[in-house]
Design a protein around this ligand. Structure first.
Ligand code: 13P
Length: 249
């Protein structure tokens, strides 16, 4: 049985004050939860604030991105070592906003995944097609290409710990959610790709859904056999909504 994982991607939101409040709200709700792993991914500058506020709460902390270099003259960037030092266990790689706005290619996403693994961080590898790609009937081709780029670089064994997040770009922040059947179809496709290389890794690997997940649709989505939790954007910024999704999971 795969344990559900609910991860909040806070994106570029929050101040120290609002982060303190959000963390308190989440920490207070943790006692009522069981059987679900809970992770929040604050912006880099707020990771330490969140780590302090969530100490001993059972909530894990992750980064939203990392640089492939270990350190040095790379203005504005965050290294794997810095994330670990700040208390992170996980890091998101290849989020569609990174791919769209910051030029993260399949090759770079694969490199970032390798760097995260080498450092001992658990990568959450994001995959997903655009609206035009879905309408063009090439969803599996796109998601397959994105996943193969990473698999070719890091190998199948990495996915006994690495997490995958399927996030259809057209569902992110739009209020449009993939139907449970649409999401399940892609999750099953991803798991078949893993199983083609190693059935036991495929059985173990957690595949999260992301894209306008809310307390009201989380049960339907997460009850699908290949959906093992969620990567939550907007609804992760309010503790009641985020906890609602955690308890659904
Ligand atoms: P929303 O939940 O706001 O659609 O964002 C999803 C997402 O991008 C999580 O990484």
């Amino acid at each position: 049985m795969r344990k559900a994982l609910v991860a909040g991607n806070w994106k570029m939101n929050g101040t120290r004050a609002s982060t303190g409040e959000l963390c308190k709200g989440i920490a207070d709700g943790m006692a009522a939860l069981g059987g679900v792993d809970v992770l929040v991914c604050p912006p880099s500058i707020l990771i330490s604030t969140a780590a302090t506020a969530l100490a001993n709460s059972g909530v894990m902390i992750g980064g939203q991105d990392l640089d492939t270099n270990p350190g040095g003259a790379f203005t504005g960037q965050t290294s794997a070592e810095m994330l670990l030092d700040a208390g992170c266990k996980d890091v998101i790689v290849g989020h569609s906003e990174r791919r769209q706005f910051y030029g993260d290619t399949d090759v770079l996403v694969a490199e970032k995944t390798q760097v995260a693994l080498d450092a001992g961080l658990i990568p959450i590898v994001c995959l997903g097609e655009s609206q035009a790609e879905r309408e063009g009937g090439v969803t599996e081709e796109i998601v397959g290409r994105q996943l193969n780029a990473v698999l070719d670089k890091v190998g199948i064994a990495a996915f006994s710990s690495a997490v995958i997040a399927y996030e259809p770009v057209w569902a992110i922040g739009t209020g449009l959610t993939a139907s449970p059947e649409q999401a399940q179809d892609v999750h099953a496709f991803i798991r078949r790709m893993l199983a083609d290389k190693d059935q036991s890794v495929a059985d173990q690997c957690r595949i999260l859904y992301g894209g306008s997940m809310k307390p009201g649709n989380a049960v339907e989505l997460i009850s699908k056999p290949d959906i093992d939790g969620g990567l939550i954007g907007g609804a992760a910024l309010a503790s009641e909504d985020f906890l609602g999704i955690c308890s659904a999971a």
